[in-house]
Design a protein around this ligand. Structure first.
Ligand SMILES: [Zn+2]
Length: 333
């Protein structure tokens, strides 16, 4: 029985039973046959289940996305690498969805390097009404200063876009929903007046939920004040370009944002006075498809053009080449 028949040797070798036992113990790392044939004990089952769980938890860990690295596009649901999104001016690389962009990032993307001189950078709101609610206005302001690193919802200043010096105001939605209080109104009015005085094109890029309720009547007065300043700007025949970005509503749309000589908007931006739900409830009518989008407004003649963010700078340069050439000739003559 211990004869090795395949070995065609002249003298067949007999291996004693004892040496067979010794042989099976010899190779290191080779599983002995015996445990495999033994039915798994209770202890073995437990370890098997544990292993399974470990595998499962490993998969879950893989699915977790580290914060601040990727952003999911709300339109096409693609995960976009944040760095790539920043380089693409916060526009989805797959579907061209325009994400909300901060005021400083936008200025950086449009104005020539080192030419922007900010105005009234330290102007801050005062809690004139002593507003208290779920949290006080003072607390809201303090938390927003910290969160956004901005003093209020607009950044204003003078800078170069191409070869044109412009008075530029850019709103930031992340500061109290881009709401217009006394500071937004005052900073924009001073910007417009500086533009008029220096003979510059005024460009205001707006995004807002409307007037700031914490300042009551004082915020509503900014609508008239900004429009009055724009009236003087128009009197000296200087251009004002208004750029509407998502979202743009209420008091801002009902004042300076809608009185531009040229009104541009970013694709698919939501623009209106009251929100669609309020209008639907009030009129009891079905709203048309695409209601309050930039495309809808363009079809109905309320805005002049829709300009993708990445083309905005070049388009503005083109418009100013046209609008300011005559002006320069006029001032030289
Ligand atoms: Zn997308």
């Amino acid at each position: 029985m211990n004869l090795l028949p395949h070995k065609k040797t002249a003298n067949p070798v007999y291996i004693p039973a004892m040496s067979t036992t010794t042989f099976t113990k010899q190779p290191p790392g080779v599983d002995p046959i015996e445990p495999a044939l033994t039915p798994p004990s209770a202890g073995n089952t437990t370890s098997f289940v544990k292993k399974k769980l470990k595998l499962g938890s490993g998969k879950t860990r893989k699915r977790e996305i580290p914060a601040g690295l990727w952003t999911k596009c709300p339109m096409c649901e693609t995960l976009v690498f944040d760095k790539e999104l920043d380089e693409n001016l916060k526009v989805c690389i797959k579907c061209d969805h325009h994400f909300v962009i901060g005021a400083r990032e936008r200025i950086h993307s449009m104005v020539e390097t080192c030419t922007f001189e900010e105005m009234d950078a330290d102007m801050i709101s005062v809690d004139v009404l002593g507003f208290t609610g779920a949290s006080s206005y003072k607390d809201k302001l303090a938390s927003n200063w910290k969160k956004t690193n901005l003093k209020d919802a607009v950044v204003t200043g003078v800078g170069m876009i191409g070869k044109h010096r412009v008075a530029l105001g850019v709103m930031d939605f992340s500061f109290l929903g881009g709401s217009m209080g006394s500071v937004v109104g005052e900073k924009l009015t001073r910007l417009i007046e500086a533009g008029t005085e220096k003979g510059l094109t005024v460009i205001i890029i707006s995004t807002s939920g409307g007037a700031r309720m914490y300042e009551g009547m004082f915020s509503l007065m900014q609508m008239a004040k900004t429009c009055a300043a724009l009236g003087y700007h128009a009197k000296v025949k200087l251009p004002y370009i208004s750029i509407l970005t998502n979202p743009d509503y209420a008091g801002v749309m009902a004042s300076y944002a809608s009185v531009g000589d040229l009104i541009l908007a970013e694709p698919k931006a939501l623009i209106g006075f009251a929100g669609p739900r309020v209008i639907k409830d009030t009129t009891q009518a079905e709203l048309p498809p695409g209601f309050q989008t930039a495309e809808f407004l363009l079809d109905h003649g309320l805005i002049d053009s829709i300009v993708p963010r990445k083309e905005m700078k070049q388009r503005l340069i083109g418009y100013m080449d046209f609008l300011m050439t005559g002006r320069k000739a006029e001032s030289v003559a």
